[in-house]
Design a protein around this ligand. Structure first.
Ligand SMILES: [Zn+2]
Length: 166
């Protein structure tokens, strides 16, 4: 049993609330928020975002990857965003894995050898935010005048705590 039918039903109610207003494609705040896929982090609610306000880019850990850079380049060059917020969070799943351990698990359960694949785990959450900001700053695809901030979201309290850089 999948949740898909439930989602379709919930969406009917949402459509009634949404109406047919057409928002512009570029985000109103000209910001891209880079964060984790964690289900306890409701980005729009936590940061006070409305529809059309910001790009929200998510992956496991909220880490800066090649595909995040790809999305940020499109966000900035085609849709005019000028600011990035790197938002990691407490109790992240990425803190609970190691490359070696997860590679072994994949081999055991799926029979796939992923070799030296980096799943971007981290053990120090402040350091992971700083590392990702450093990666953004080092990327030739992210212009120097882009404003970059970092923060840690506390999944127990909902509070967003800034991380100073460097
Ligand atoms: Zn996470």
């Amino acid at each position: 049993m999948s949740y898909f039918d439930q989602y379709l039903k919930a969406n009917e109610a949402y459509v009634a609330l949404h109406g047919t207003a057409h928002l512009p494609l570029p985000p109103r705040m000209r910001v891209a928020i880079l964060t984790c896929m964690d289900s306890r982090l409701h980005v729009a609610q936590a940061l006070g975002l409305a529809l059309g306000d910001a790009h929200i880019l998510r992956n496991a850990g909220g880490r800066v990857t090649e595909d995040m850079i790809r999305s940020l380049a499109i966000s900035q060059q085609l849709m005019g965003t000028r600011e990035i917020v790197v938002l990691h969070h407490t109790d992240c799943g990425a803190e609970r894995l190691t490359n070696e351990g997860f590679a072994k698990q994949l081999n055991d359960t799926l029979g796939v050898d992923v070799g030296e694949m980096d799943f971007l785990p981290f053990s120090d959450i402040v350091k992971s935010v700083k590392e990702d900001i450093a990666k953004l700053k080092a990327s030739p695809l992210i212009p120097d005048d882009i404003i970059i901030s970092g923060a840690i979201y506390d999944v127990d309290t909902g509070k967003m705590n800034p991380v100073s850089y460097p």
